[in-house]
Design a protein around this ligand. Sequence first.
Ligand code: IPE
Ligand code: IPE
Ligand code: MG
Length: 243
Amino acid sequence: MKYTDEQIRAFGLNRESIPAHVAIIMDGNGRWAKQRGIPRALGHRAGVTRLKEIIRFSSDIGIQALSLYAFSTENWARPKTEIEALCSLFVEFFNREFDELNENNVCIRALGDTSRFPAEVDRLIRNANQRTRDNTGLKLNIAMNYGSRDEILRAARLAAEEPGGVTAENFEKHLYTAGLPDVDLLIRTGGEERVSNFLLYQISYAEFVFPKTFWPDFTQERYIETLKTFSERSRRFGGLDNS
Ligand code: IPE
Ligand code: IPE
Ligand code: MG
Protein backbone atom coordinates (compact mmCIF):
# COMPACT_ATOMS: atom_id res chain seq x y z
CA MET A 1 0.00 0.00 0.00
CA LYS A 2 1.43 3.33 -1.02
CA TYR A 3 -1.29 5.94 -0.62
CA THR A 4 -2.21 7.65 2.63
CA ASP A 5 -5.84 8.20 3.62
CA GLU A 6 -5.49 11.78 2.48
CA GLN A 7 -4.21 10.78 -0.95
CA ILE A 8 -7.05 8.30 -1.29
CA ARG A 9 -9.52 11.10 -0.49
CA ALA A 10 -7.88 13.23 -3.18
CA PHE A 11 -8.98 10.55 -5.70
CA GLY A 12 -12.54 11.06 -4.42
CA LEU A 13 -12.43 7.71 -2.59
CA ASN A 14 -12.48 6.58 1.02
CA ARG A 15 -10.38 3.87 2.61
CA GLU A 16 -13.54 2.31 4.18
CA SER A 17 -15.32 1.92 0.86
CA ILE A 18 -12.46 0.30 -1.02
CA PRO A 19 -13.47 -3.25 -1.97
CA ALA A 20 -11.40 -6.07 -0.46
CA HIS A 21 -11.66 -8.21 -3.60
CA VAL A 22 -12.08 -6.87 -7.13
CA ALA A 23 -12.64 -9.21 -10.09
CA ILE A 24 -12.25 -7.95 -13.64
CA ILE A 25 -13.39 -9.47 -16.92
CA MET A 26 -10.96 -7.68 -19.22
CA ASP A 27 -13.10 -7.64 -22.37
CA GLY A 28 -13.05 -5.62 -25.58
CA ASN A 29 -9.47 -5.99 -26.83
CA GLY A 30 -10.63 -7.37 -30.18
CA ARG A 31 -13.23 -4.67 -30.77
CA TRP A 32 -10.71 -2.00 -29.76
CA ALA A 33 -8.35 -3.31 -32.45
CA LYS A 34 -11.13 -3.65 -35.03
CA GLN A 35 -12.08 -0.02 -34.48
CA ARG A 36 -8.54 0.90 -35.45
CA GLY A 37 -8.30 -1.53 -38.36
CA ILE A 38 -5.38 -3.37 -36.73
CA PRO A 39 -4.93 -7.08 -35.85
CA ARG A 40 -6.68 -8.41 -32.73
CA ALA A 41 -3.29 -9.39 -31.28
CA LEU A 42 -2.41 -5.69 -31.08
CA GLY A 43 -5.58 -5.16 -29.07
CA HIS A 44 -4.40 -7.79 -26.60
CA ARG A 45 -0.98 -6.13 -26.46
CA ALA A 46 -2.58 -2.76 -25.69
CA GLY A 47 -4.60 -4.57 -23.03
CA VAL A 48 -1.43 -5.66 -21.25
CA THR A 49 -0.44 -2.01 -20.80
CA ARG A 50 -3.70 -1.41 -18.96
CA LEU A 51 -3.24 -4.55 -16.97
CA LYS A 52 0.01 -3.23 -15.51
CA GLU A 53 -1.58 0.13 -14.67
CA ILE A 54 -4.59 -1.46 -12.97
CA ILE A 55 -2.46 -3.93 -10.99
CA ARG A 56 -0.18 -1.14 -9.77
CA PHE A 57 -3.08 1.10 -8.73
CA SER A 58 -4.87 -1.76 -6.96
CA SER A 59 -1.74 -2.51 -4.99
CA ASP A 60 -1.06 1.16 -4.20
CA ILE A 61 -4.59 1.82 -2.98
CA GLY A 62 -4.64 -1.22 -0.70
CA ILE A 63 -7.04 -3.60 -2.45
CA GLN A 64 -6.45 -7.03 -0.87
CA ALA A 65 -7.22 -9.27 -3.83
CA LEU A 66 -7.49 -8.66 -7.58
CA SER A 67 -8.73 -11.45 -9.86
CA LEU A 68 -8.23 -10.92 -13.57
CA TYR A 69 -9.88 -13.02 -16.28
CA ALA A 70 -7.16 -13.54 -18.87
CA PHE A 71 -8.29 -16.74 -20.64
CA SER A 72 -11.43 -18.80 -20.17
CA THR A 73 -11.95 -22.53 -20.67
CA GLU A 74 -14.15 -21.47 -23.62
CA ASN A 75 -11.42 -19.33 -25.23
CA TRP A 76 -9.81 -22.51 -26.67
CA ALA A 77 -12.49 -22.13 -29.34
CA ARG A 78 -10.54 -19.17 -30.81
CA PRO A 79 -8.20 -19.49 -33.80
CA LYS A 80 -4.84 -21.08 -33.00
CA THR A 81 -2.99 -17.93 -34.09
CA GLU A 82 -4.86 -15.81 -31.54
CA ILE A 83 -4.20 -18.35 -28.77
CA GLU A 84 -0.51 -18.32 -29.70
CA ALA A 85 -0.43 -14.53 -29.60
CA LEU A 86 -2.00 -14.60 -26.12
CA CYS A 87 0.53 -17.18 -24.92
CA SER A 88 3.41 -15.01 -26.16
CA LEU A 89 1.95 -12.09 -24.24
CA PHE A 90 1.69 -14.18 -21.05
CA VAL A 91 5.36 -15.14 -21.40
CA GLU A 92 6.39 -11.56 -22.07
CA PHE A 93 4.31 -10.28 -19.18
CA PHE A 94 5.78 -12.68 -16.62
CA ASN A 95 9.34 -12.19 -17.86
CA ARG A 96 9.14 -8.42 -17.86
CA GLU A 97 6.97 -7.74 -14.84
CA PHE A 98 7.86 -10.44 -12.37
CA ASP A 99 10.69 -8.63 -10.56
CA GLU A 100 8.72 -5.43 -10.05
CA LEU A 101 5.63 -7.32 -8.84
CA ASN A 102 7.76 -9.30 -6.43
CA GLU A 103 9.48 -6.14 -5.15
CA ASN A 104 6.04 -4.64 -4.58
CA ASN A 105 5.22 -7.62 -2.37
CA VAL A 106 2.54 -8.92 -4.76
CA CYS A 107 1.51 -12.56 -4.25
CA ILE A 108 0.71 -14.21 -7.60
CA ARG A 109 -1.48 -17.23 -8.19
CA ALA A 110 -3.18 -18.76 -11.20
CA LEU A 111 -6.86 -19.61 -11.18
CA GLY A 112 -7.47 -22.55 -13.48
CA ASP A 113 -5.62 -25.56 -14.86
CA THR A 114 -2.56 -23.99 -16.47
CA SER A 115 -1.12 -27.37 -17.53
CA ARG A 116 -3.08 -27.13 -20.78
CA PHE A 117 -0.91 -24.21 -21.91
CA PRO A 118 2.50 -24.61 -23.57
CA ALA A 119 5.09 -25.77 -20.99
CA GLU A 120 6.80 -22.37 -20.81
CA VAL A 121 3.60 -20.56 -19.85
CA ASP A 122 2.78 -23.18 -17.24
CA ARG A 123 6.31 -23.07 -15.82
CA LEU A 124 6.37 -19.26 -15.59
CA ILE A 125 3.09 -19.03 -13.69
CA ARG A 126 4.00 -21.87 -11.33
CA ASN A 127 7.36 -20.29 -10.70
CA ALA A 128 5.79 -16.88 -10.06
CA ASN A 129 3.42 -18.53 -7.60
CA GLN A 130 6.17 -20.32 -5.71
CA ARG A 131 8.46 -17.33 -5.53
CA THR A 132 5.79 -14.92 -4.30
CA ARG A 133 3.81 -17.18 -1.99
CA ASP A 134 5.07 -15.48 1.18
CA ASN A 135 4.48 -11.95 -0.11
CA THR A 136 1.99 -10.10 2.03
CA GLY A 137 0.80 -7.40 -0.38
CA LEU A 138 -1.83 -7.56 -3.13
CA LYS A 139 -3.09 -11.08 -3.88
CA LEU A 140 -3.02 -11.10 -7.67
CA ASN A 141 -5.01 -13.92 -9.26
CA ILE A 142 -4.68 -14.50 -12.97
CA ALA A 143 -7.44 -16.68 -14.37
CA MET A 144 -5.89 -18.73 -17.17
CA ASN A 145 -7.81 -21.65 -18.63
CA TYR A 146 -10.32 -20.81 -15.93
CA GLY A 147 -13.96 -21.80 -15.93
CA SER A 148 -16.15 -21.51 -12.90
CA ARG A 149 -18.16 -24.64 -13.63
CA ASP A 150 -14.95 -26.68 -13.86
CA GLU A 151 -13.74 -25.10 -10.62
CA ILE A 152 -16.98 -25.91 -8.78
CA LEU A 153 -17.05 -29.53 -9.98
CA ARG A 154 -13.39 -29.98 -9.06
CA ALA A 155 -13.91 -28.52 -5.57
CA ALA A 156 -16.99 -30.71 -5.05
CA ARG A 157 -15.08 -33.86 -6.04
CA LEU A 158 -12.14 -33.01 -3.79
CA ALA A 159 -14.39 -32.03 -0.88
CA ALA A 160 -16.23 -35.35 -1.16
CA GLU A 161 -12.95 -37.12 -0.40
CA GLU A 162 -12.36 -35.10 2.78
CA PRO A 163 -13.37 -36.42 6.19
CA GLY A 164 -16.67 -34.66 6.88
CA GLY A 165 -17.58 -34.59 3.17
CA VAL A 166 -18.97 -31.66 1.24
CA THR A 167 -19.23 -28.96 3.90
CA ALA A 168 -18.86 -25.28 2.94
CA GLU A 169 -15.43 -25.30 4.55
CA ASN A 170 -14.20 -28.40 2.73
CA PHE A 171 -15.64 -27.10 -0.53
CA GLU A 172 -14.20 -23.58 -0.30
CA LYS A 173 -10.73 -24.80 0.52
CA HIS A 174 -10.60 -26.53 -2.85
CA LEU A 175 -11.65 -23.47 -4.85
CA TYR A 176 -8.78 -21.74 -6.64
CA THR A 177 -9.57 -18.67 -4.54
CA ALA A 178 -9.22 -20.53 -1.21
CA GLY A 179 -8.43 -18.21 1.68
CA LEU A 180 -9.47 -15.02 -0.12
CA PRO A 181 -12.50 -12.88 0.73
CA ASP A 182 -15.58 -13.12 -1.53
CA VAL A 183 -15.62 -10.80 -4.53
CA ASP A 184 -17.02 -7.37 -3.60
CA LEU A 185 -16.88 -5.76 -7.01
CA LEU A 186 -17.10 -7.41 -10.43
CA ILE A 187 -16.13 -5.20 -13.36
CA ARG A 188 -16.63 -6.22 -16.99
CA THR A 189 -15.32 -3.76 -19.53
CA GLY A 190 -16.38 -3.69 -23.18
CA GLY A 191 -20.11 -3.18 -22.70
CA GLU A 192 -21.32 -6.80 -22.52
CA GLU A 193 -23.36 -7.47 -19.41
CA ARG A 194 -22.63 -11.11 -18.73
CA VAL A 195 -20.43 -13.18 -16.46
CA SER A 196 -19.06 -15.72 -19.00
CA ASN A 197 -18.30 -18.45 -16.44
CA PHE A 198 -16.19 -16.30 -14.07
CA LEU A 199 -16.18 -16.90 -10.29
CA LEU A 200 -19.85 -17.89 -10.11
CA TYR A 201 -19.63 -19.04 -6.48
CA GLN A 202 -17.48 -16.14 -5.30
CA ILE A 203 -19.64 -13.34 -6.79
CA SER A 204 -22.80 -14.28 -4.87
CA TYR A 205 -23.02 -10.83 -3.22
CA ALA A 206 -20.72 -8.84 -5.50
CA GLU A 207 -21.72 -5.48 -6.96
CA PHE A 208 -21.56 -5.50 -10.78
CA VAL A 209 -20.33 -2.60 -12.90
CA PHE A 210 -20.25 -2.82 -16.70
CA PRO A 211 -18.25 0.08 -18.16
CA LYS A 212 -18.69 0.48 -21.93
CA THR A 213 -14.98 1.24 -22.29
CA PHE A 214 -12.96 -1.40 -24.12
CA TRP A 215 -10.27 -2.89 -21.88
CA PRO A 216 -7.29 -1.17 -23.63
CA ASP A 217 -8.92 2.19 -22.79
CA PHE A 218 -9.70 1.32 -19.17
CA THR A 219 -7.26 3.74 -17.55
CA GLN A 220 -6.60 4.40 -13.88
CA GLU A 221 -9.10 7.30 -14.13
CA ARG A 222 -11.84 4.97 -15.38
CA TYR A 223 -10.98 2.51 -12.64
CA ILE A 224 -11.31 5.25 -10.03
CA GLU A 225 -14.75 6.17 -11.46
CA THR A 226 -15.76 2.52 -11.15
CA LEU A 227 -14.54 2.36 -7.55
CA LYS A 228 -16.61 5.49 -6.85
CA THR A 229 -19.69 3.85 -8.35
CA PHE A 230 -19.07 0.87 -6.07
CA SER A 231 -18.74 3.12 -3.01
CA GLU A 232 -22.20 4.58 -3.72
CA ARG A 233 -23.94 1.20 -3.74
CA SER A 234 -25.93 0.11 -0.72
CA ARG A 235 -25.05 -3.47 0.14
CA ARG A 236 -27.54 -5.27 2.35
CA PHE A 237 -26.55 -8.96 2.17
CA GLY A 238 -30.18 -9.90 2.64
CA GLY A 239 -30.64 -7.66 5.66
CA LEU A 240 -31.93 -4.09 5.93
CA ASP A 241 -30.18 -0.75 5.50
CA ASN A 242 -28.77 0.59 8.75
CA SER A 243 -29.61 4.17 7.83
C1 IPE B 1 -10.82 -10.13 -24.00
O1 IPE B 1 -10.96 -9.44 -25.19
C2 IPE B 1 -9.52 -10.87 -23.91
C3 IPE B 1 -9.64 -12.33 -23.99
C4 IPE B 1 -10.73 -13.02 -24.09
C5 IPE B 1 -8.40 -13.05 -23.97
P1 IPE B 1 -11.66 -10.10 -26.45
O2 IPE B 1 -10.62 -10.74 -27.30
O3 IPE B 1 -12.76 -11.00 -26.03
O4 IPE B 1 -12.22 -8.81 -27.15
P2 IPE B 1 -13.62 -8.68 -27.92
O5 IPE B 1 -14.70 -9.11 -26.97
O6 IPE B 1 -13.53 -9.57 -29.12
O7 IPE B 1 -13.70 -7.23 -28.27
C1 IPE C 1 -14.52 -13.48 -21.24
O1 IPE C 1 -14.53 -12.81 -22.44
C2 IPE C 1 -13.16 -14.07 -21.01
C3 IPE C 1 -12.08 -13.11 -20.82
C4 IPE C 1 -12.16 -11.82 -20.78
C5 IPE C 1 -10.79 -13.72 -20.65
P1 IPE C 1 -15.08 -13.48 -23.79
O2 IPE C 1 -14.94 -12.44 -24.85
O3 IPE C 1 -14.41 -14.77 -24.03
O4 IPE C 1 -16.60 -13.76 -23.42
P2 IPE C 1 -17.89 -13.95 -24.34
O5 IPE C 1 -17.56 -15.03 -25.33
O6 IPE C 1 -18.13 -12.64 -25.03
O7 IPE C 1 -18.99 -14.29 -23.39
MG1 MG D 1 -14.75 -10.68 -25.72
